[in-house]
Design a protein around this ligand. Structure first.
Ligand SMILES: [Zn+2]
Length: 213
């Protein structure tokens, strides 16, 4: 009887893996699914305005499901696993200097609609793992932009023109690590880097959780 109740309680309370639904490990992402994520090569996947853009993994299968889950389906626990994956990649790069993390900001209207900035949740977890501090005040999104996925690179840059504003008083010195969830053409990073450089902030690295290619 006791065993029956234990398994019944397990059924109700045990956490299921978001990707494969297995409850064996009682976690939101099982070891198998985590290990199936495809890590990118340990080199910049592109350069924007002379700044390295690193991407931790390929935007497919489970990583795609995790990022979409976090962004559109309120799967906030995925932020930890995405950050863990990014931090593993980051450690493999062996960059030793300290950084201030800048999560790519959302426009306040978008933030109001979604209730949270998914990149900030990833940045929080990345900060706990790395010990880097987060600065969400240095750069603000001041223009409401169109979703980017259907636009070409040129259209994206046009869409993002004047989208960000740097508040230089909030700069505390040192190197800056701009964090995003997905980087496709790199145009969001490019526009942010330009704005930071225009304000005399030059030690920058861009880092996305995933890239589609
Ligand atoms: Zn799984």
């Amino acid at each position: 009887m006791k065993r029956f109740f234990t398994s019944l309680l397990d059924l109700i309370y045990k956490q299921k893996c978001y990707c494969c639904s297995s409850s064996e490990e009682n976690s939101r992402l099982c070891t198998n699914c985590y290990n199936s994520l495809t890590m990118c090569e340990l080199q910049p996947s592109k350069f924007v305005c002379g700044v390295n853009v690193y991407c931790a993994g390929l935007y497919n299968k489970n990583l795609q499901k995790m990022i979409r889950g976090l962004k559109y389906h309120k799967q906030k626990e995925m932020a930890f696993y995405i950050a863990k994956f990014m931090y593993e990649y980051w450690q493999n790069l062996g960059i030793s200097s300290k950084f201030t993390i800048i999560p790519v900001p959302l426009h306040f209207k978008r933030l109001k609609k979604r209730k949270y900035n998914q990149v900030e949740l990833i940045a929080d977890e990345f900060s706990k793992l790395s010990g880097y501090e987060i600065n969400t005040k240095l750069i603000k999104r001041v223009k409401e932009t169109q979703p980017q996925y259907k636009l070409s690179r040129i259209e994206r840059l046009d869409n993002l023109k004047d989208a960000f504003e740097v508040n230089k008083e909030e700069y505390r010195g040192g190197s800056v690590l701009i964090l995003d969830d997905i980087s496709t053409t790199g145009s969001t990073f490019e526009v942010m880097v330009n704005e930071l450089k225009y304000n005399g902030i030059n030690n920058i690295i861009c880092f996305a959780a995933a890239t589609p290619f």
